[in-house]
Ligand binder design. Structure first.
Ligand SMILES: Cc1cn([C@H]2C[C@H](O)[C@@H](COP(=O)(O)OP(=O)(O)O[C@H]3O[C@@H](C)C(=O)[C@@H](O)[C@H]3O)O2)c(=O)[nH]c1=O
Length: 184
């Protein structure tokens, strides 16, 4: 059994999805009368799950319920793994498999991430990522293993009928850039 320097037990539960290497990670909470303690990320433990180093941490807030951000990716060699978590509110978080050789090419997986459920998505390189807010004032934290590379940015349209993501709410808001991503 693998041991970890700081603790003999993992603080993360790995939940596989139907898309290979795309994982849902549940961050365990150690609760007491004050609230809880929770390890948010661990390079050593999560290296096995797909992210070995953190190049940047980004934070977003989305005010409107029903807003969509995405679906974004960076092209090789800047394609990145992301560890996405929701620290306020709740979102329907979605990853689309863009690996041409994959048996699940263009399939998507959606997962509710919320401040309450302490779930994160571990998104491998060559997936597009986006989300729809299920509440107002949603705050997300992204850990990336590669730096931001504006010239390498790409997107697929969140409303592309070929991908057919089942967004749970009517679309309340999208950026102009996201609305203009081409359909496949
Ligand atoms: C993504 C990014 C944007 N920016 C700048 C560009 C722009 O002026 C402003 C807003 O950028 P965007 O409209 O692309 O922000 P946003 O739509 O929130 O982009 C994010 O969407 C989700 C779904 C993801 O998966 C993230 O990786 C990221 O792509 O922030 C950075 O400086 N660094 C970054 O890493």
């Amino acid at each position: 059994m693998k041991t970890f320097r700081s603790s003999s037990m993992s603080r993360f539960t790995r939940i596989p999805t139907a898309l290979s290497n795309l994982l849902v990670i549940e961050r365990q909470r150690l609760g007491d009368e004050r609230g809880f303690f929770s390890r948010f990320f661990c390079t050593e433990e999560l290296a096995d799950f797909g992210i070995g180093r953190i190049a940047q941490i980004n934070h977003t807030m989305t005010q409107a319920k029903g807003a969509i951000r995405g679906m974004h990716f960076q092209r090789p060699p800047d394609d990145e793994a992301k560890f996405v978590s929701c620290l306020a509110g709740a979102v329907f978080d979605v990853a689309v498999d863009l690996r041409p050789q994959s048996s699940t090419y263009l399939r998507w997986h959606g997962e509710v991430l919320s401040a309450e459920n302490a779930r994160s998505m571990m998104i491998p390189p060559s997936f597009a990522h986006g989300f729809q807010t299920l509440t107002e004032n949603c705050e997300l934290i992204y850990l990336h293993d590669k730096p931001y590379a504006p010239g390498a940015e790409g997107g697929v349209n969140a409303l592309d009928p070929r991908i057919s993501i089942a967004w749970p709410l009517p679309v309340a808001q999208m950026s102009e850039r996201d609305r203009n991503f081409p359909m496949l």
